[in-house]
Write a protein that binds this ligand. Structure first.
Ligand code: GTP
Ligand code: SPV
Ligand code: MN
Length: 595
């Protein structure tokens, strides 16, 4: 059954129908399925995915509506080395992106796409990023030959007829063409064409490579659109924090992949912080715009969470454990004999006869992990017990604080407030973090990851920083900017700070700063808390441990500034002069010991 247009025939976008036809001529699918987003369609696709072995139905009594997917073992994480920004000039992409000329990229991938869907089904997936009908929302359409991608997009985005209705007869939508090919890493490319609002992705079925709404559209292409249109697309969670007086403030926080965004966005307050409550607006991506009132407002463009499974437990993230009870897809986790899921850090004894993420019998203590370190869950936002009531607000929520954080065993203090917007942008621009299993490659290597956007900024990093600096003058009440690090370690290798729900204590200090309740202690880089300013009620932490977590050490920061200077040199003349100057000032004050 091949159809040239959706079944209900309400599509008026000729541009869409033509693009689908053109893609079908290229890839030659046996069938074309236009996804309408209905629950009947979802049930049918789930049934087909189980039948073809793409999904395994989990224990429906324990986890109704839940499924397990095992990916090809060579396809378990984003592949940054084969991700390209294909702008007309290499300079527009900048040195932090891989660049290919657009015609070369189209030609190269076109060859791979010719006839690539023969005998397969092509799914046409119209979707909205952001609340349907919101002036801040954007429309994309993904074409894919992966039923796993189609089902995942149904969770991660507002997918189907609502997107077609919103599109109407417009030709203004992101065109994402995805084909798994034979999953040969040699033929794996993720190419972005910002000028054409187009993404071509081949050779991978993995989340960030294949769910084109997410990193490809909502960050790489959207960051480019945002620069042109005067807004920001960021790798940020958005969390609402309500104090016991009932006042809710919103914080947007950028941490690199697998560095704690999902966990912070849905944390459960420690019992001693009575009356505090946290609401999730978003866990991975924020689109930030200046509202008519001059404040910075944020929406979460997504409709689901694609979260890291390992480390998620009833203790670390009880809200996540609750939302994973139903209607979720798990990828590359372990499976128990009774059809339930298991992963490292779940805080549950592994049963015997556990199958690992390959589907092989797993031996406890055998040195192999049952779940892949980057195994994930895909779950609708509506599963989240602490979902913000404002998640569908067309203009989002007003942001009081922006936070930049990384995973650092040393150097970065638990929390620090930047002196002003420029210092805050500098802190974001120069932040470092240890690499994680979310991207293929070595884990645990510190790299500069500006604003947690190193793999996601869709244009020249220097221009991106310039855009950040330029935003300040347009915001009447700019959010205060902070740095955090939940991952500093003691000499014995243990985390200094308990993290997870206890991180609320740090958010509380930020709000106290905003309210002028605490003075903090100045350092050369910004203000850190006096230990007594952090609410430690109900928490046992040795004073030396806390002061180590808060320390800003000159020697460590000299090395940090040297590394930041190397990044600036690599990016070259497009680095804004204000950031260069601040770098010189901070470096020389460190050298002269005037800190
Ligand atoms: P992406 O989805 O890749 O963008 O990741 P993320 O930033 O949402 O990270 P997530 O919250 O999924 O956390 C990643 C890993 O860090 C998980 O294994 C968590 O258990 C762990 N983690 C999260 N928050 C904390 C924390 O406060 N302290 C410690 N020690 N670990 C944490
Ligand atoms: C990340 O790697 O930052 C993720 C997962 O959120 S992915 O969607 O694969 O990029
Ligand atoms: Mn992410």
């Amino acid at each position: 059954m091949t159809s040239d247009s959706p079944a209900n025939n309400n599509v008026a976008s000729r541009a869409l129908v033509e693009w689908v036809a053109e893609s079908a001529r290229l890839t030659q699918p046996a069938n074309i399925v236009w996804c309408n987003g209905s629950s009947a369609e979802r049930e049918r696709l789930l049934g087909e995915a189980v039948k073809s072995g793409v999904l395994i139905r989990l224990n429906q009594r324990k986890r109704p509506g839940c499924y397990l997917h095992r990916s090809n073992p060579n396809d378990v994480a984003r592949t940054e080395q084969v991700t390209f920004v294909c702008t007309p000039s290499a300079h527009e992409a900048g040195v932090t992106n891989n660049w290919m000329a657009p015609d070369e990229a189209y030609r190269k991938l076109q060859k791979m796409l010719e006839g690539s869907m023969r005998g397969r089904t092509m799914y046409v997936i119209p979707y909205v990023m952001g609340p349907v009908g919101s002036p801040y929302a954007k429309i994309g359409v993904e074409i894919t030959d992966s039923i796993y991608v189609a089902l995942s997009m149904g969770i991660m985005t507002r997918m189907g007829d609502s997107a077609l209705s919103m599109l109407g007869d417009s030709d203004h939508f992101n065109r994402g063409l995805h084909c798994t090919l034979d999953l040969n890493p040699e033929r794996r490319f993720i190419c972005h064409f910002p000028q054409d609002n187009t993404i071509w992705s081949v050779g991978s079925g993995y989340g960030g490579n294949a769910l084109l709404s997410k990193k490809c559209f909502a960050l790489r292409i959207a960051s480019w659109l945002g620069r042109n249109e005067g807004w920001l697309a960021e790798h940020m969670l958005i969390v609402g924090v309500r104090n016991p007086e009932g006042h809710t403030r919103y914080i947007a926080a950028a941490f690199p992949s697998a560095c704690g965004k999902t966990n912070l966005a849905m944390l459960l307050p420690p019992p001693a912080l009575r009356g505090w409550k946290v609401f999730t607006v978003g866990d991975d991506i924020a689109w930030l715009r200046v509202g008519p009132d001059g404040r910075l407002w944020a929406i979460n463009p997504e409709n689901g969470y694609f979260g890291v499974a390992p480390g998620t437990s009833a203790r670390s993230n009880p809200n996540a454990m609750r939302m994973l009870g139903h209607d979720s897809i798990f990828t590359n986790v372990g499976m128990t004999p009774d059809g339930d899921v298991w992963w490292e850090g779940m805080d549950v004894e592994p049963p015997s006869d556990l199958l690992d993420w390959h589907g092989r019998k797993w031996q406890a203590g055998g040195g192999e992990r049952a779940a892949h370190p980057n195994s994930r869950f895909t779950t609708p936002i509506t599963n989240n017990p602490v979902l913000s009531p404002h998640v569908e607000d067309p203009c989002g929520v007003p942001i009081s604080a922006i936070v930049f954080g990384g995973r650092r065993a040393t150097t970065a203090p638990l929390v620090l407030e930047a002196k002003d917007w420029l210092h805050g942008v500098f802190i974001g621009a120069t932040m470092g973090s240890e690499t994680t299993a979310a991207a293929a490659g070595k884990v645990g290597v510190v790299r500069r990851d500006p604003m947690a956007m190193l793999p996601f900024a869709g244009y020249n990093m220097g221009d991106y920083w310039r855009h950040w600096l330029a935003m300040e003058s347009r915001i009447t009440e700019p959010p205060r900017i902070f740095m955090v690090n939940w991952f500093r370690k003691a000499d014995n290798g243990a985390f200094l700070w308990p993290g997870y729900g206890e991180n609320l204590r740090v958010l509380k200090w930020m709000l106290d700063r905003i309210d002028g309740q605490v003075a903090g202690r100045p350092t050369f880089l910004g203000t850190v808390p006096e230990p007594a300013e952090i609410d430690l009620s109900g928490l046992e932490i040795a004073p030396e441990q806390l002061s180590h977590a808060l320390a800003v050490k000159t020697g460590e920061w000299k090395a940090e500034m040297a590394s930041a200077g190397e990044l600036f040199d690599r990016i070259g003349p497009s680095v804004p002069e204000e950031l260069r100057r601040l770098h010189r000032e901070l470096s020389s004050s460190l050298e002269s010991g005037a800190t």
